[in-house]
Design a protein around this ligand. Structure first.
Ligand SMILES: Cc1cc2nc3c(=O)[nH]c(=O)nc-3n(C[C@H](O)[C@H](O)[C@H](O)COP(=O)(O)O)c2cc1C
Length: 263
């Protein structure tokens, strides 16, 4: 990066990417099975110093069709799709209530030789369903007491009004946390807030991207019929699905095509 003029910043890095190649003959016919195999990309990133490789960018659209993106932590990859947890009343929660579609992008980057670096990307586009309440409860139970209280205290994405002069709203949040601490004092199992839980993105497209020399990257795109998938899924992301396994079985019958894309 260089400041070429006082008002301009030029980004001029030209790193060489030389990630391991992806070869058609190694790919499984089922996209989600391939995604599970590619968990080794997570492991490899972790082993090479990437912190929280499960962090993923998620894009939704608002009621006006305007895109909105942020990072969440994906918590599982199963036969149905990729799950993450959030506040159902947040901006993303409201956007998913209106439009139950999302795109996820993982990106991992780390050096692998003196001249190059591994750059990998996995992109998914899909329909979003609300996770079964039992799964949200199961995951919530694994969180620390402080995280549980934090989930209860935060009206995610809403404005925190200052409590007093000199407060920028942080004090309001702290007070809400204190209130929750009092509310749940002596409660051994803090319950899952009814406005908090999981979503599962059920993909109709998954792309595996591996950065190669001279920008001649490998890209393999798995696609399956969104129309057929939609006919099997609930119409919205506001009612929890009953069983991830049962829905996964039905959706598992929707076959995938695989294309190598030009970089
Ligand atoms: C590394 C990282 C991990 C995050 N994990 C989550 C998460 O799992 N769930 C969540 O709701 N927000 C998570 N966030 C915060 C979101 O990026 C975002 O600020 C929040 O969900 C509100 O987004 P919204 O207003 O678009 O709904 C994370 C942020 C970062 C940087």
């Amino acid at each position: 990066m260089s400041a070429a003029a006082s008002s301009r910043i030029d980004i001029v890095s030209h790193n060489q990417y030389n990630s391991p190649g992806v070869h058609r003959q190694d790919l499984l016919s089922d996209g989600l099975s391939q995604l599970k195999v590619n968990l080794q990309w997570f492991d490899h990133a972790l082993a090479n110093g990437v912190h929280e490789p499960e962090a993923v960018n998620i894009s939704t659209v608002d009621a006006h069709g305007l895109p909105n993106s942020r990072i969440v932590l994906s918590k599982s990859i199963n036969e149905l799709g990729v799950s993450f947890y959030t506040n159902y009343n947040s901006a993303k929660g409201q956007e998913l209530s209106d439009t139950p579609f999302a795109a996820l992008t993982y990106h991992w980057r780390y050096p692998n030789t003196a001249e190059g670096e591994t750059q990998r990307q996995v992109r998914l586009r899909g329909r979003v369903v609300k996770a079964p309440s039992v799964e949200s409860d199961e995951y919530f139970r694994t969180r620390s007491t402080e995280s549980k209280l934090g989930a209860h205290a935060s009206k995610q994405s809403t404005t925190l009004a200052p409590l007093s002069d000199g407060d920028d709203g942080r004090l309001t949040l702290q007070h809400r946390l204190d209130d929750m601490r009092n509310t749940f004092a002596g409660t051994p199992n803090i319950p899952t807030p009814d406005f908090w839980g999981g979503y599962i993105l059920v993909p109709f497209q998954i792309e595996f991207w591996s950065g190669r020399l001279s920008r001649l990257h490998d890209r393999f795109l798995y696609s399956r019929s969104l129309e057929t998938l939609q006919s099997l899924l609930p119409n919205d992301a506001t009612t929890p699905i009953e069983s991830t396994e049962a829905l996964a079985k039905e959706c598992g019958g929707v076959g995938w095509t695989i294309d190598r894309l030009s970089p």
